[in-house]
Design a protein around this ligand. Structure first.
Ligand SMILES: [Zn+2]
Ligand SMILES: [Zn+2]
Length: 141
């Protein structure tokens, strides 16, 4: 869904949209960087100097509740946010903290798990941890 479709859908559910909230949504839809709330704040503040961190968190929670974004939490590190709400996978660099997408659909695995265990699988989460190509290069130098 693009920003306009999401805005329209939320408006029909009575969610009020300010230009700041719209900027948060648009940034999340265009970036592949999986930013933290702080990074979203810095980005949106460049355009809307009056925006508060509270507005960022409220908007992120609202978008998450309506299923339009994903929150990726990593233990003690701050959460990252993803404008792609479809189930997909992430590669997490243990050195620089970068989070990259891995888009191959593995949903057949859910059916397989269900078949083999009798468990009714509703979702799953899979992450790959390691070193990104940049960090591997640095390690060699
Ligand atoms: Zn890295
Ligand atoms: Zn992602």
């Amino acid at each position: 869904m693009d920003a306009i479709a999401i805005l329209r859908e939320l408006k029909s559910r009575g969610v009020r949209f300010t230009p700041q909230r719209q900027a948060i949504l648009e940034f999340l839809l265009e970036t592949k960087a999986h930013p933290t709330a702080e990074e979203i704040f810095q980005h949106v503040r460049a355009k809307f100097p009056g925006v508060s961190l509270g507005t960022i968190y409220n908007t992120l929670n609202m978008l998450k509740e309506h299923g339009h974004i994903l929150e990726l939490s990593y233990g003690d590190m701050s959460s990252r946010f993803d404008g792609n709400a479809k189930n997909h996978y992430h590669l997490v660099c243990l050195k620089c903290g970068r989070v990259l997408d891995y888009d191959r659909p593995l949903l057949a695995l859910e059916e397989e798990v269900g078949r083999e265990t009798g468990f009714q699988v509703m979702s799953h989460r899979l992450e790959f941890y390691g070193l990104c190509p940049d960090c591997q290069e640095q390690a060699l130098n």
